[in-house]
Design a protein around this ligand. Sequence first.
Ligand SMILES: [Zn+2]
Ligand SMILES: [Zn+2]
Length: 264
Amino acid sequence: MAQHRENDYIIPVLLVLYDYRDGCYMDIIKDKVSDYIGLSEEDLVPYQSRNPSEPRYRQIVGNLISHTNPELFQYIEMSIEDKKTKYILNKSGISFVENNLLSIKGKELGSAKNDAILNDFGVTNPEKNSNDQKIIKIAETKGIDKRPPSDMNVHSVIADMYGHKCQYATFIGEEHQTFIGSDGKPYMVIHHIIPMSARKDFFPKNLDVATNLVCLCPNCHERIHHGNNDEKREILKVLYDNYIRQLNSDGLYIGFETLLKKYY
Ligand SMILES: [Zn+2]
Ligand SMILES: [Zn+2]
């Protein structure tokens, strides 16, 4: 499981400060940031250094603020109150949160807007599809969390689950050849349908989840990333049509043309 790093906390900290419009102290930020981020076990273990019993994530948030991380501090002002430093969003911080983060936050919390988005995609009653359930089951029996941050175990579980076959080929009734990998099995690449580079758009949802992963032969994987427009569109459309319900049921909503744009 991947641990969070300093920059992973920038958006959660901004959202906390937005909730405390009059500003708040470091401790409150540390207390509240977990509301906006899925903490893994590793984030919760005590972290050596200054305060030996304080969980890792709290110390990272502390560092992020005490280092006055420039990406974060363009949106924050500091003042001293009761001899403690108080942090408050500045004007551009407020407008950044309002323009970029609030709609995403609403999505996560569930709302009428959520249903409207579902309807836009023709989904009225999203049900976990059987593929999704299968992936979760396999992951569970192997003791792997359903939100595996680029865990190679999960990647191999998914390749196993799809029989080391290119999913795109299967969907279009073909079989794609590949070479035998070092594990003695046909070599496949596990690909994120919604690219990880789009994760800011989906925060606080995690894109590195089994439902967003597909097994592709190396050739198709290169085509979807580096092919010309028609190549990309052709492969992605098939994957999209086959996976969109599964993505929706995991709270990930995106239209096809928007998704295609993420591949440039
Ligand atoms: Zn990929
Ligand atoms: Zn293929």
